[in-house]
Design a binder for this molecule. Structure first.
Ligand code: FRU
Length: 326
């Protein structure tokens, strides 16, 4: 029997197509499965800020009880989020930020810190000397702005490390192929590529490989997802030198939402930890991930069993009732 819904959470996702966002949604659903009283409505803006503004307005018109927003571009999404907040809808910002402090809670890792970690790593593997190319996230997103800022801040302390260029990556995984190829063929010897996510990092690797440079040039990505051909696996297979785990915040944002709706205490700033993974810790990370996945499968198997038992006993009571009235 369906439990009546008490609250509706509206989720405005800036883009839904990549594996990191799919993982975020899976994590949200995992947490939501404990809360049958919650109705969950998601709108995917497919990477378009205008569409996201429109969809947030639709969720407001639908009178959702709480909004979760992962903003596409910081500046452009700010006014509509402020509007929702000002009319009294609790707003949780997840992962990327707006330019405003008008929100109820934030959940996500610190992107400036992600950039700093990448900068310090560049200096370590290059032993203090080398030329770096950076490949961005979506330009204008807070992830892009902050990951760049943190990186520049960190390498400014190392005079031998030079950021030669920042190339824009977009949804076409080869969008920066021509520019990167030109740079790699130029007189300036490129030693390190800092990619603001692992999707770009694998494309950068393929471009280096075409030029026979994959052994010499070091590459770091960000996201560190679990699974075949994802960040951790790419580091393990020596395709990337490192990745930085950038947690999705899926579970935490739903937990925060439940606390807000239930008028329970909650934290306004929920900073998640990002972690550098390279050859020194990738094996242990992989093993740990495998263990967590096995445990998760076990929990799901048990849940299915409980559900089956419940259905059987419900059927039996219907039969007993039917017999008793005939
Ligand atoms: C996914 C993604 C991730 C990245 C995050 C930043 O859409 O591009 O790769 O870490 O968004 O907001």
């Amino acid at each position: 029997r369906e439990q009546p819904k008490q609250f509706t959470i509206g989720f405005s996702q800036c883009t839904g197509g990549d594996n990191w966002r799919k993982t975020m949604l899976e994590n949200m659903h995992r947490e939501l499965s404990f809360h049958p009283e919650i109705d969950f409505v998601m709108k995917d803006a497919a990477g378009q800020s205008l569409k996201q503004i429109d969809q947030i307005q639709q969720l407001m018109d639908q009178k959702v009880d709480l909004l979760i927003v992962s903003p596409n571009e910081a500046q452009r999404i700010t006014p509509i989020v402020e509007k929702a907040y000002q009319i009294g809808i609790p707003v949780i910002i997840v992962d990327r930020r707006t330019m405003s402090d008008q929100y109820t809670a934030y959940v996500g890792a610190e992107n400036i810190e992600v950039g700093r970690t990448a900068g310090i790593y560049a200096n370590t593997v290059l032993k203090g000397k080398g030329n770096v190319v950076e490949i961005s996230e979506l330009p204008g997103s807070s992830a892009d702005i902050d990951r760049h800022k943190g990186f520049v801040e960190a390498i400014s302390r190392f005079p031998g490390i030079r950021l030669v260029a920042k190339l824009d990556g977009d949804w076409d995984k080869y969008s920066f192929e021509n520019d990167l190829t030109a740079l790699l063929k130029s007189d300036r010897l490129i030693d390190f590529i800092y990619c603001q996510n692992d999707r770009r990092a694998i494309s950068a690797f393929e471009i280096c490989k075409k030029l026979g440079l994959q052994k010499r040039i070091k590459i770091i990505g960000v996201d560190g997802l679990n699974g075949k051909n994802e960040g951790i696996d790419l580091v393990d297979r020596d395709i990337l030198n490192a990745t930085i785990i950038y947690p999705t915040g899926g579970e935490e944002s739903i937990r925060t939402a439940i606390n807000i709706l239930g008028k329970q205490p909650f934290k306004r700033e929920n900073r998640l930890q990002s972690t550098l993974i390279d050859s020194s810790n990738v094996r242990i990370m992989k093993l740990q991930n495998q263990k967590v996945m096995a445990q998760q499968e076990d929990i799901e198997r048990r849940q299915r069993k409980i559900e089956e038992q419940r259905a059987i006993s419900e059927n039996q009571s219907i039969i007993i009732y039917a017999i008793s009235i005939t």
